[in-house]
Design a protein around this ligand. Structure first.
Ligand code: NAP
Length: 284
């Protein structure tokens, strides 16, 4: 069997088109565009690229995107004061503080200070708790993208065995919660999991969110499985590669995401979706 390649770029373009429509409906109804405020502290080159991409993506769908650039020497008190100001500003719908923060600034203290209703990254403990409770929440973007990609394959998740490798609050845990909410039987594996190969072999749906180049081998894939590769690693040739050994895995899987061009493009698309969702919830 050779797997169907799940085209994340094409799906993300569709999601962005949906958001553009929602944005123009919001503007018609409320006389203003939804707004996304991104806070970037310091000059980490990768973060600068991510933030620029978010700014452009927001603009392209009609969201009012504003970036607050702060010096690497910014104190935690100054950063918290900005977060408070954005939290209290009625014209601000979404707040995203770009991680990682420079040394000396507490990511937890900063995240905890964002109003949960404006937390478009879905990382505030209140949103994580609401998600775990099966309630309405702002859900992290990459996990939502993973579920959408699975849905695009026409797979009914109910009753299937899903294995998520990785347990971060950014990807592994929320994607597991979303799979559980869709009635999959979910196993979360991590660095201390014994017999990871066998655990993976039990998966009808396998989500890899580790950050280890080609950790998941082709013969760990159950024939006919759906494989979602979240990993972003530098390959031997410097090119972007996933956590899954793509060639052999695509011989066994029914459908698989490539890296790049799979999960990656979905993240920003769902950030835009969350921004409109936050804006709608605030005016409701
Ligand atoms: P993370 O916070 O570093 O978490 C990695 C997880 O993998 C941890 O739970 C860790 O287990 C587990 N792990 C590490 N080594 C393992 C091993 N040998 N066997 C099994 N599990 C192992 O990373 P993250 O933020 O979740 O990101 C994961 C990957 O996704 C990274 O490559 C990141 O760049 C990528 N990513 C991509 C996007 C996108 O838009 N495409 C978005 C976010 C992240 P422990 O908990 O036991 O340490």
């Amino acid at each position: 069997m050779t797997a169907t390649i799940i085209d994340g770029k094409a799906v993300a373009a569709r999601v962005r088109a949906e958001v553009a429509l929602e944005t123009s409906q919001f503007r018609d109804a409320h006389g203003r565009a939804p707004s996304l405020h991104v806070v970037l502290v310091g000059d980490d080159p990768a973060s600068q690229v991510y933030v620029r991409n978010k700014e452009k993506a927001a603009r392209d769908v009609g969201i009012d995107g504003v970036t607050h650039r702060l010096a690497a020497t910014t104190s935690e008190a100054e950063l918290l004061a900005l977060v408070d100001q954005l939290t209290n500003d009625d014209g601000v719908d979404g707040i995203l503080v770009q991680m990682p923060l420079p040394k000396g600034l507490s990511e937890h203290r900063v995240l905890d200070r964002i109003a949960p209703s404006k937390d478009v990254d879905g990382l505030h403990p209140v949103n994580a708790g609401l998600l775990a409770s099966g309630r309405e929440a702002l859900v992290p973007c990459t996990p939502q993208g993973c579920i959408r990609l699975i849905d695009e394959t026409g797979t009914e998740l109910r009753g299937l065995r899903a294995v998520v490798v990785g347990r971060s609050i950014l990807v592994g845990k929320p994607v597991a919660q979303l799979l559980l909410a869709r009635h999959a039987t979910v196993t979360i594996a991590h660095s201390r999991t014994r017999d990871l190969a066998d655990v993976c072999r039990s998966a009808d749906v396998l989500v890899a969110a580790v950050g280890k180049l080609r950790l998941i081998k082709g013969d760990w894939i159950k024939p006919g499985a759906i494989v979602i590769d979240v990993g972003m690693n530098k390959g031997e040739d410097g090119k972007l590669c996933g956590d899954v050994d793509y060639g052999p895995a695509s011989e066994a899987a029914r459908a698989i995401t490539p890296v790049p061009g799979g999960v990656g493009p979905m993240t920003i698309a769902y950030l835009l979706k969350n921004t409109v969702a936050a804006a709608r919830a605030r005016v409701a």
